[in-house]
Design a protein around this ligand. Structure first.
Ligand SMILES: NC(=O)c1ccc[n+]([C@@H]2O[C@H](COP(=O)([O-])OP(=O)(O)OC[C@H]3O[C@@H](n4cnc5c(N)ncnc54)[C@H](O)[C@@H]3O)[C@@H](O)[C@H]2O)c1
Length: 363
């Protein structure tokens, strides 16, 4: 089983394909690299992914691509910084990588963001291939060309837009994910259903068991449908200027605030799940939608096994943290709310009334 998504941008040179497949060996990935011209391939991964998949990847590339280097980084968001990027530059230089080298980022969103950033800056930009191995990376981080690293004072604050040349999403990678990380990725899929596709939302409601059991046909459909929705949005707004990409923020404005309030102890997807519940309750409180919207969102988030709240969450600290959101503008904050499932609306709210409005909502 497989499916292909083709992204077309205004700049044709940015176009690329995403292959979603359940093939056992990574044949299509090696076929793809074989079909490209390059001087060397540099694989960037981390210790966990390398332990699980290193032997498959290296045997595949050794056969076809003798000029290949591997960089195995330590695991975790705390290594998503410029020091780690320098390690990649060092390796690229030591193996004489040039403008026609290709970097392959194989791992979750952390590896994809770091590898993409290194690729976009080394020699003013070389090509890179995304091989996302977490659900979140397959449905979100690997698509759309946002690359970057963290600064001690702010997450994802140093970065570029640099589209990959190819995305290879093999759903078999998902089988080795710890349950909590797998479920956190589901939050992003629920988000796509909520903002763009009521049928997808319904499908998740009806296939909860298959999702929990990693049923291949179900996961292939979810990764493909999500990829198509994200691709459609980013093609229209490659560099986040027209506002279309803002729709992806549903649940994320409150989610980011929750991540900060919990000192990043909660996973991003878990925070987004709670953020979607809050945003949908706010939509109802503002008379934008009927009550079935917050009810379905809450039922969905909790039913899939994500937390619906966290101990200590209160309106005072939440509204303060939201005010510092990167995407807010002066006294106004742009919130993505819902008119119904599948129909989002961008709601400009005066920050000064945010706390009062949130008081009408249970958090
Ligand atoms: N560029 C974008 O558009 C974008 C969008 C969303 C998120 N992100 C970024 O993505 C990052 C989060 O990504 P994530 O949730 O994938 O986290 P992650 O990359 O930290 O991966 C989570 C954990 O799963 C492990 N792992 C990866 N693949 C595995 C597999 N197949 N089996 C077992 N373990 C595996 C990782 O080593 C890690 O320990 C954040 O840094 C976030 O800023 C970027």
């Amino acid at each position: 089983m497989k499916g292909l998504i083709t992204l077309r941008f205004k700049r044709a040179s940015a176009d690329y394909d995403i292959l979603v497949t359940d093939e056992k060996p990574l044949i299509s990935l090696s076929d793809k690299t074989s079909s490209m011209d390059y001087s060397s391939l540099v694989l960037v991964t981390n210790t966990i992914v390398w332990r699980l998949y290193g032997s498959i990847v290296s045997s595949l590339f050794k056969k076809k691509s003798p000029k290949c280097a591997v960089i195995v980084l330590p695991d975790g968001e705390k290594y998503k910084n410029l020091k780690t990027v320098k390690r990649i530059y060092d390796k690229l230089l030591s193996c004489n990588s040039d403008r026609s080298s290709i970097i392959i980022g194989m791992g979750g969103g952390v590896i994809g963001d770091i590898a993409g950033f290194a690729a976009s800056t080394y020699m003013r930009g070389v090509r890179y291939i995304q091989v996302p191995t977490t659900l979140l990376a397959q449905v979100d981080a690997s698509i759309g060309g946002k690359t970057g690293v963290d600064h001690p004072l702010a997450k994802n604050i140093i970065g570029t837009f640099h589209q990959p040349s190819f995305v290879y999403s093999n759903i078999n990678f998902l089988k080795t994910l710890p349950k909590r990380i797998y479920m956190a990725g589901m939050a992003e899929i629920i988000r796509y259903g909520a903002i763009k596709d009521e049928k997808l939302f319904l499908y998740i409601e009806e296939h909860r068991k298959d999702i929990l059991n990693h049923d291949p046909a179900t996961m292939l459909k979810l990764v493909l449908d999500s990829g198509r929705i994200k691709a459609d949005i980013v093609q229209k707004d490659e560099k986040e200027v027209s506002g279309t990409r803002m729709l992806l923020n549903f649940g994320h404005t409150f989610g980011h605030a929750i991540e900060i309030l919990t000192g990043y102890k909660i996973l991003h997807g878990e925070a987004v799940g709670i953020g979607m519940i809050i945003a949908s309750r706010l939509s109802y409180a503002l008379n934008l939608c009927k009550n079935d919207v917050p009810v379905r969102i809450e039922h969905m988030v909790k039913g899939i096994g994500l937390p619906g709240s966290f101990k200590g969450l209160d309106i005072e600290s939440l509204s303060k943290a939201v005010k510092y959101d990167k995407k807010s503008n002066g006294n106004e904050i742009n919130l993505v709310l819902l008119k119904k499932i599948g129909a989002p609306v961008i709601y400009k709210m005066d920050k000064r009334i945010l706390k009062k409005t949130l008081t009408e909502v249970r958090v």
